[in-house]
Ligand binder design. Structure first.
Ligand code: HSE
Length: 445
């Protein structure tokens, strides 16, 4: 078999990008592979439109079942997105002995642990490079390039929409809602933009990265997740004055306690990063993943994390990898591919997630208070009771509502201790309930 026959589910933004590469770059793919990648069929609910690409050689259908069961298709690319019906079609394709490539982070984060054994049982491959950080080949780097290392930390700017919004808010003092509309128009945002701005999309991606980094199982439901929807232009400015920038980061670290129990820290939240840190320079819709390993030290991967062409680039990279080993028809060819999560299945551990109350962090706190004598003393007295020490404190000038913003940077403490102090502070007279708590990462600064 000197060609691998491909079917695509979903001719949306990424689907059209993948089709474009398979058609327009077919010769380049053949030169790389010594075999032909052929786009045989594609399914989409809306076929009555101008695709802007010559699909005359491609069998088009509005029934995805035709693709996942077709005898003349070796590999199915799933680009429908979301949990269902994507999961059903992917499972069906695997059951019909087809390799699968997907850009669907929600699918892998939520159902990957059920799909990997199914694929192994059927002797087919499952590729999902495009699911994390779009066009950046960070999963391949982590899975293969860094295989010699025990991974010490993963930091990611993994959502282009949020990074675009935060960058515009900082550079132009722009309003959150207006910038979100612009990001949606540019085609970065998810169908449901709350997945972007509430951090869920980042949590999907982080859960995959963490499991691949530490050889653990994907535990998306246990990722602590906060989004950017409560950040105002004033907060961005106040943080900037202190020498920091706000980035929505996914953070994963391994832990081992005194008894030897291993746990995984996973959190997604707006994070203060020093202005001089490399990750702070990643602007607009760009993504970046910083991985540190015990031998390699710090590595960083940067590029486009969303959009038609970059995401399709990652999709086809997986297709090429699979075609390279699997198009000779041999039943166990997938053994020549790295395991999907970078560890042999039996060696992947059921590690527990570190409870958020146990993480240690430095914090940025913004209280709204009535400008009365003794308010700051009352707040700092509670912090002192909880042995939380301050690195910086400032008060912004009074404004029309009479409430003023008090901004503080703390030294390191546990989240549980910090939250206990905050609940005491918000019950103080003259302190409003609305408190902004941001976590800070120093990146060696
Ligand atoms: N909505 C995602 C983003 C697309 O904004 O980065 C890529 O997963």
């Amino acid at each position: 078999m000197n060609e691998i026959r491909v079917g695509i589910l979903g001719l949306g933004t990424i689907g059209m990008g993948a089709a474009r590469i398979l058609i327009e770059q077919q010769e380049l793919m053949s030169r790389r592979l010594g075999k032909t990648l052929r786009l045989v069929a594609a399914a989409d609910r809306n076929l009555d439109r101008d695709f802007g690409l010559d699909l005359s050689e491609v069998r088009l259908t509005d029934d995805a079942n035709e693709i996942v069961t077709a005898d003349d298709i070796d590999l199915v690319i799933e680009l429908i997105g979301g949990y269902e019906p994507a999961r059903t079609f992917v499972a069906r394709a695997i059951e019909h002995g087809k390799h699968v490539v997907t850009a669907n982070k929600a699918l892998i984060a939520k159902h990957g642990e059920a799909l990997f054994p199914l694929a192994a049982e059927k002797g087919v491959a499952i590729g999902f490079e495009a699911a994390v950080a779009g066009g950046i080949p960070c999963l391949k780097a982590l899975r293969e390039g860094l295989a010699a290392n025990a991974i010490e930390s993963v930091y990611g700017i993994l959502n282009g929409t949020c990074n675009f919004i935060l960058t515009k808010m900082e550079n132009e003092g722009a309003d959150y809602a207006d910038v979100l509309k612009e990001a949606q128009a540019l085609g970065y945002a998810e169908a449901d933009p709350t997945f972007d701005v509430e951090g869920i999309d980042t949590a999907h991606k982080l859960s995959i990265l963490a499991a691949m980094a530490f050889g653990s199982k994907i535990r998306f439901d246990e990722v602590f997740t906060e989004g950017i929807s409560k950040i105002s232009a004033a907060d961005i400015e106040a943080v900037h004055d202190l020498g920091y920038r706000i980035k929505l980061l996914g953070i994963a670290k391994p832990h081992k306690d005194d008894s030897g129990e291993e746990r995984v820290e996973m959190r997604v939240h707006p994070t203060l990063v020093p202005l001089a840190a490399q990750i702070a320079q990643v602007s607009d819709s760009y993504n970046a993943v910083q991985v540190s390993g015990d031998f390699v030290e710090h590595t960083m991967y940067f590029g486009r994390g969303a959009g038609e062409r970059p995401t399709a680039s990652a999709v086809i990279a997986d297709v090429v990898d699979i075609a390279r080993v699997c198009s000779d028809g041999s039943a166990d060819a997938v053994k020549y591919l790295a395991p999907p999560m970078g560890f042999v299945e039996s060696a992947r551990k059921e590690l527990k997630t570190l409870p958020i109350a146990d993480i240690r962090c430095e914090y940025y706190l913004r209280f709204m208070v009535q400008d009365q004598p003794g308010v700051i003393a009352a707040i700092t007295s509670v912090l002192s009771d909880h042995r939380i020490s301050l690195e910086a404190l400032s008060q912004k000038e009074r404004h029309a509502t009479q409430a003023v913003a008090i901004v503080m940077l703390t030294h390191e403490t546990t989240e549980g201790n910090l939250q206990a102090a905050i609940s005491r502070i918000t019950s103080l007279t003259h302190v409003e309930e609305d408190v902004l708590i941001l976590r800070k990462e120093s990146f060696g600064a």
